[in-house]
Design a protein around this ligand. Sequence first.
Ligand code: IMP
Ligand code: MG
Length: 171
Amino acid sequence: MLKRLFSRDEIDDAVKRLASQIENDYGDEKIVFICLLKGSFVFTSDLIRQIHNPSRIDFLRVSSYGSGTNSKGEVNITKDIEESIEGENVVIVEDIIDSGLTLACVRDLLYAKNPKSLKICALLDKRARRKIEIEGDYIGFALEDGFVVGYGIDFAEMYRNLPDIYVVSED
Ligand code: IMP
Ligand code: MG
């Protein structure tokens, strides 16, 4: 059963808040947004339309091996970014930071491409579940445990099209 956790209006407010934080931090500088597929495609598309900086968008898809107990360094790039980020201000756009293992790998991978700066913007942050030290620079909502869907986020590839965010519960 799905229980609504964040309405589209609450999400919209959070996206606008994140966008203005980002605009304040970067002034007139160019930003390259890297959307982590697939979960953050809806979030990314809303976020970038609230940001007026000169921007580029690129897409990265990684798959993690096995469970969240894997050590860092074990992600598989299934779709790499397509343009250079050397010397660029990069903002990684992620749906959820959970254990942090995926994002830590992605961050290291992107650092190796010599960006000028690298920050993380995540819609949801499950801090209590972290297995590695990593912080988002821009966070929409903090979340306790629970599995969420909607607004681009899936359960077995379903529910990405829901405009609100729901918790999946068993009752
Ligand atoms: P981790 O931080 O490496 O553990 O993995 C984070 C990724 O796991 C997120 O980008 C999501 O794709 C997925 N994930 C974590 N929690 C949830 C959830 O509640 N619903 C759907 N996907 C989730
Ligand atoms: Mg994801």
